[in-house]
Design a protein around this ligand. Structure first.
Ligand code: SF4
Ligand code: SF4
Length: 185
C-alpha cells in the first residue's frame, strides 16, 4: 500500500492548570459574551463553551472545554482520584451529551463547541485565556504532522452531523440557529 503523503499544520490548544483555577468563572462570562449575537450584547455563562466544575468543599475547580456533540451517552461512570481529589468520569468529558445540561444552548438545546474564538481578524489568544488572570489557561500553537488529505471536509461527515442534529432537535431549530450564527458578526 502506498504511504500517505504528510504535511504539517498548526494546532491551537489550551493548556489547563486546574491547580491554579480559583473558580471565578470569568472565562465562562467572557466566552458567552464573545459569542453573543451581536458580540458582547449579553452574557450568560449557560451559553459558554467552557464550563468550570466547582466543588469548593473538595477544593475542586476544573475548567473543561466543549468538544464534539454525541447523540448517545456512554456507559462509563468511573471515578478517578488525582492528587487526593475525587472526580467523576463525566467531569473530564468534553462532549455535549444527552446525560447532562452542559454545552447546550439553553433556549434551543443545540450543542455548543469551543471554536477557539475564531474571528476576523484573528485574536492574539482566545478570550478565556486572556481573561483568566491567574494563568490557569495558557494558549499554545504546536506544529504537528498529518496526512495530506486530513483537512479536506468530507461532505458525508457534514451531512451525517446535520442529519443527527435534525433528528434530535427538528429542522426548524437547526435552521434558526444557522441563520442566527450567520448574522453573528
Ligand atoms: S477564569 Fe481562570 S481562574 Fe477563573 S474560573 Fe476560568 S479558568 Fe478558573
Ligand atoms: S477558546 Fe473561545 S470559544 Fe473556546 S472556550 Fe475559550 S472563549 Fe470560548
Amino acid at each position: 500500500m502506498a504511504e500517505k503523503k504528510k504535511k504539517t499544520k498548526i494546532v491551537k490548544r489550551i493548556h489547563v492548570d486546574a491547580d491554579k483555577c480559583n473558580g471565578c468563572r470569568a472565562c465562562e462570562v467572557v466566552c458567552s459574551a464573545f459569542h453573543a449575537a451581536p458580540k458582547y450584547s449579553s452574557n450568560n455563562p449557560a451559553r459558554s463553551r467552557i464550563r468550570v466544575i466547582t466543588h469548593p468543599l473538595k477544593d475542586i475547580y476544573l475548567p473543561v472545554y466543549a468538544g464534539e456533540y454525541t447523540p448517545a451517552e456512554c456507559l462509563g461512570r468511573n471515578t478517578y482520584t488525582l492528587d487526593g481529589k475525587e472526580y467523576d468520569e463525566c467531569a473530564f468529558c468534553r462532549a455535549s451529551c444527552p446525560s447532562r445540561d452542559d454545552f447546550k444552548e439553553p433556549d434551543s438545546g443545540l450543542p455548543l463547541k469551543c471554536d477557539m474564538c475564531e474571528s476576523e481578524p484573528d485574536l492574539d489568544e482566545p478570550m478565556c485565556v486572556k481573561w483568566c488572570l491567574v494563568d490557569a489557561l495558557t494558549y499554545e500553537e504546536v506544529e504537528v504532522e498529518v496526512d495530506e488529505d486530513e483537512d479536506e471536509v468530507r461532505i458525508e461527515d457534514v451531512e451525517l452531523g446535520l442529519e443527527s442534529l435534525v433528528d434530535k432537535y427538528g429542522l426548524d431549530k437547526v435552521l434558526d440557529t444557522i441563520a442566527r450564527l450567520s448574522k453573528k458578526d
